[in-house]
Design a protein around this ligand. Structure first.
Ligand code: NAD
Length: 337
């Protein structure tokens, strides 16, 4: 099959593209190589993909008028996986405009491209942050109330809403993922695990928010990619066509559903740090801080729907996922890093 994947220089897009290429598919990538974090890391990921047969890529921002549309016309993919976005909860407090242009306008351009050039399946990355102020755990896709705490969450919910309307109007089979704190090799430098690793190895103090009590449903990258790969083959049917399970969140009016992809074993940040210290063989100097505005105290995914749809749920524990990250970090940045 031919895939168009947005965000292929990013953490998740890189891993997914590599997996698809290794399975013998063709992948056309697009990434705007934004400078939100280290562009050298993004280029290093792309260099890995460039070495694999079947990969080609373009560099542009999705919100550039006409750019995605013309790529769709040239590439004619069977499936689009839309992962490019301005990510990050805290950055969104200072730079809200990046989220509106990248995530709202950018996603709109992707939807327009899929309207003009129909695909078998459009898959789109949303986030656990969409559950926002919801306090009932585990978070279920059927939770109706939407209380976004940040413009990051709001921009992703806007993407979900636009995607649903396109799925309804133009019959585009669409799956929206809600990802939960993804980590692993080639991970993101702005996320806690990477930041903590760098600072612990440099013997610098780290800031631990919510005094380490905040709980996250950490999801290992290989498990996430396995889940996505299986969901690619399970596009939502048109309403009223095909079997729908009791747990399904299939829209009553569109070939659209939303699916959590989470590790299923929520862990406190303090416990994550303990596991990291063990993997590094070094202690952190912990400066305990309050929970910053926009952050949530706890995330926890219900993975019942994922299991129901594809017969698989993430299972890698932090005790093996963190050492795999640390091994990659040392190999990539040097053993003394
Ligand atoms: P990432 O920042 O590593 O990758 C995103 C890529 O998109 C980057 O390479 C960036 O250059 C590119 N990009 C950003 N804005 C763009 C634009 N306007 N046009 C073109 N390219 C653009 O992030 P990631 O961790 O790989 O996340 C992938 C997706 O998953 C994102 O949509 C993110 O919001 C979502 N998500 C990630 C996590 C996580 O824990 N990593 C959790 C929830 C949701």
């Amino acid at each position: 099959m031919r895939f168009l994947v947005t965000g292929t220089a990013g953490f998740i897009g890189f891993h997914l593209a590599r997996r698809l290429l290794q399975a013998g598919h063709e992948v056309v990538g697009v990434d705007g190589l934004t400078d939100y974090y280290d562009v050298a890391l993004k280029r290093a990921r792309l260099a890995q993909l460039d070495a694999l047969p079947g990969f080609s890529s373009r560099e542009f921002l999705l919100e550039e008028p006409g750019a995605f549309m013309s790529l769709m016309g040239e590439a004619r993919p069977d499936v689009v996986v839309h992962l490019a976005a301005q990510a990050g909860v805290r950055y969104s407090l200072e730079h809200p405009e990046a989220y509106v242009s990248g995530n709202v306008v950018g996603t709109f351009q992707v939807l327009e491209g899929c309207r003009a050039h129909p695909v078998r399946h459009l898959l789109f990355a949303s986030t656990s942050s969409a559950y926002g102020g919801n306090r009932d755990v585990p978070f279920r896709e059927t939770d109706r109330a939407v209380w976004p705490l940040t413009i990051y969450a709001a921009s992703k919910i806007a993407g979900e809403a636009m995607a649903h309307s396109y799925a309804h109007l133009w019959k585009i089979p669409t799956t929206a993922f809600r990802f939960f704190t993804v980590y692993g090799p080639w991970g993101r430098p702005d996320m806690a695990l990477f930041l903590f690793t760098r600072k612990i190895l440099a013997a610098e103090p780290i800031e631990v928010y919510d005094h380490g009590r905040a709980v996250r449903d950490f999801t290992y990258i290989d498990d996430l990619v396995e889940s996505i790969a299986r969901l690619i083959d399970a596009p939502p049917p048109l309403p009223g066509v095909g079997p729908v399970s009791a747990a399904d969140t299939l829209s009553p009016v569109a070939p659209y559903r939303m699916v959590n992809i989470g590790g299923g074993r929520p862990v406190s940040v303090a416990a994550m740090l303990d596991a990291l210290e063990e993997a590094l063989g070094a202690r952190a100097v912990r400066h305990l801080r309050d929970l910053p505005p926009g952050d949530v105290e706890r995330t926890e995914a219900s993975t019942d729907l994922l299991r129901d749809l594809v017969g698989y749920v993430p299972a890698t524990p932090l005790s093996s996922g963190i050492p795999a990250f640390v091994a990659w970090y040392r190999a990539h940045y040097g053993p003394a890093a």
